[in-house]
Design a protein around this ligand. Sequence first.
Ligand code: PHE
Length: 351
Amino acid sequence: MSSIEEKLAQLSQATLDSLKAISENKQEDLQDLQELRVSVLGKKGSLTEILKGMKDVSAEMRPIIGKHVNEARDVLTKAFEETAQFLEEKRVEAQLAKESLDVTLPGRKLARGSRHILSQTSQEIEDMFIGMGYQVVDGFEVESDFYNFERMNLPKDHPARDMQDTFYITEEILMRTHTSPVQARAMDAHDFSKGPLKMISPGRVFRRDTDDATHSHQFHQIEGLVVGSDISMADLTGTLELVIKKMFGEERSIRLRPSYFPFTEPSVEVDVSCFKCGGQGCNVCKQTGWIEILGAGMVHPHVLEMSGIDSQKYSGFAFGLGQERIAMLRYGINDIRGFYQGDLRFSEQFK
Ligand code: PHE
């Protein structure tokens, strides 16, 4: 045996012995292993040192000894890997043995989101009407003067336009002031030979208003419209009574007061009997016993005609309610700005 091979055998044996010792000690520290590895296989390690002797080996022996050196390196490399893995497994085992799980600890609460109170209100009202066979129609927040005003019987010089000043994109394009233009669009699209039109349309509307506790330059309405043959004021009253009782309690009654809207005739303001005092008078109903809740009326024949509907044959009712107003009354909210500020202390009350 050449001296190189002797040294190689010694080194291999010594290294394998050390590895065995490390494994048996089950040392958790992988540091020792790493140091040993560098001292044997590293650039300045023992194996490299032995290789330096190759220069004295005869040409015919060189391939044979070279092969042995390579084999020894492979064996040692593998032994190091196995030992490292073994130690790692032991380390994990030890760690797991130390750790324990206390299933009685209280869990961490996840913050759950919920629908905004206006969405809840709108959803609830939509559900009621869907239950009565209405379809829910979407309108445009950016509308034309034509649909927002003219088709609602408010020609250019009509004084009632003053109450609904708004934001104009151009002279003819504006931010809609109410959801009523959806009435005209829905009537235009409906085929009355197939039956009556029954629709509601919730959405955002805009007005030139100074924001305060009860006014906002944008707010939400729900429009309602039924057009068909033999639709009367009694249908309007019955429908609204049903819905208002569902929202404010079965003991409530409603009352209609004459009012004016250019697109309905006759027009009414609908009040609900005060849900706080039951009608005797209190601060909620301003001592009147009644709370104004929405505007409504029979669709003006001219509005029907503008949609190409024969007003002798068909009639209809319409109503428009403010979502904020409904929510404020139901939940005793006294500042409309709460809806829009995104303050969780406000929103979380309605989860
Ligand atoms: N569009 C009216 C408003 O915003 C409400 C309304 C709708 C009244 C439908 C009557 C019929 O004030």
